[in-house]
Ligand binder design. Structure first.
Ligand SMILES: O=c1ccn([C@@H]2O[C@H](COP(=O)(O)OP(=O)(O)O[C@H]3OC[C@H](O)[C@H](O)[C@H]3O)[C@@H](O)[C@H]2O)c(=O)[nH]1
Ligand code: MN
Length: 363
């Protein structure tokens, strides 16, 4: 049985790494009382709250947090017609927060994710671990069997080529969840009582050429390296699919990271996922995705981006063309999605007009 770290007040307040270079993005339809538990770790940082659903509802944010909040009216006002690419009534709306941020790094977390405890019972500062993951290189070209060689007490093992030991810049840090695991609806239905109680003390780079199911619940990324590709797609209201927002983004960012020589890590940190969403509602949202993905995955596995795609934006626009060309035959939805991918990049570049940071770094 795992429990959240309820008393975090006594948690040691370490130096807030990257305090002025990182935004915390939270999609929400609820009050944000969960921030009380995160206060020792999150209070020094700026929050970007993306309020989904009814814009007339007031979202209560605990005192003491520095934040900006955007509801649907704000999104429509800021993006105009381009707001059509931002999902409504789905956590995919969070990607608007990535676009309006001006910081170098992003950490995004769901409002039902609490502070977890490590096996010693210590409250886990998930944000600090994500920052460590992002600031250390990745090793996508050759697997290190002792996992992350840059962690304290680890290193490259015998036989690891010295020419590869410098590693590559880390673009994404994908964290995990104790208690309610991120299962799809069929698995939730078959195993309603299953809880993840296993704390695996490892961070590893996902090898080049390997896709993975990215979950947006506990995720951090280097916005200047990969931000323009972190589009969470067209989900929720008016769309034939939901709960594939982070998955779509994860497949897109991974093929682009592989192409640009950037790294994606998964493993620590853990958060405590407090509640399971309704499996029947989830099944309705997911079901088309469950069979579509049997064609989507081979598509991404076969993606080869041209050499002249040297920035994230160029890669993403090229990917959108491939989506329209190769996935459009599955369902007209993919034509719409491909167009929305282009709209997303146009909106991104409009809101982030200056500097290499926002034009996607050259490989
Ligand atoms: O219409 C909505 C519904 C929810 N949110 C916010 O999104 C976060 C996730 O919501 P919730 O915890 O209720 O759903 P889960 O099933 O646990 O979410 C996972 O699966 C779907 C997504 O991929 C999500 O990223 C996963 O974590 C939460 O902050 C809600 O307030 C919303 O904005 N709009
Ligand atoms: Mn949840």
């Amino acid at each position: 049985m795992v429990e959240p770290a309820t008393d975090t007040k006594s948690a040691v307040r370490t130096v807030a790494l990257l305090k002025d270079e990182l935004d915390i993005v939270i999609p929400t339809i609820r009050n944000l009382d969960f921030l009380e538990m995160w206060r020792p770790f999150f209070e020094p940082y700026h929050l970007i709250i993306v309020q989904d659903g009814d814009p007339t509802k007031t979202i209560k944010v605990p005192d003491g947090f520095d934040y900006e909040l955007y509801n649907r009216n704000d999104i429509n006002k800021i993006l105009g017609p381009k707001a059509s690419c931002i999902s409504f009534k789905d956590s995919a709306c969070r990607c608007f927060g990535y676009m309006v941020s001006k910081k170098k790094y992003i950490f995004t977390i769901d409002d039902d994710c609490f502070v977890a405890k490590d096996p010693s019972g210590k409250a886990i500062n998930a944000l600090e671990q994500h920052i460590k993951n992002l600031l250390c290189p990745s090793t996508p070209f050759f697997f290190n069997t002792l996992y992350d060689p840059f962690r304290e007490g680890a290193d490259f093992v015998r036989g690891y080529p010295f020419s590869l030991r410098e590693g590559v810049p880390t673009a994404v840090s994908h964290g995990l969840w104790l208690n309610i695991p991120d299962y799809d609806a069929p698995t939730q239905l078959v195993k309603p009582l299953e809880r993840n109680t296993r704390y695996v003390d490892a961070v590893m780079t996902i090898p080049k050429g390997t896709l993975f199911p990215m979950c947006g619940m506990n995720l951090a990324f280097h916005r200047e390296l990969i931000g323009p590709a972190m589009y969470f797609g067209l989900m929720g209201d008016g769309q034939p699919i939901g709960r594939y927002d982070d998955m779509w983004a994860g497949w897109c960012i991974k093929v682009i990271c592989d192409h640009l020589g950037l790294g994606v890590k998964t493993g620590l940190p853990y958060i405590y996922h407090s509640k399971a969403s309704n499996p029947f509602v989830n099944l309705r949202k997911e079901y088309k995705g469950i069979f579509w993905q049997e064609e989507i995955i081979p598509f991404f596995q076969a993606v080869s981006l041209p050499k002249d795609c040297t920035t994230v934006q160029k890669c993403y626009i090229e990917l959108a063309k491939m989506v329209k060309d190769k996935l459009g035959k599955i369902d007209p939805y993919f034509d719409k999605l491909a167009d929305a991918m282009v709209t997303w990049i146009d909106a991104w570049d409009e809101l982030n007009p200056t500097g290499a940071a926002n034009k996607g770094k050259k490989a």
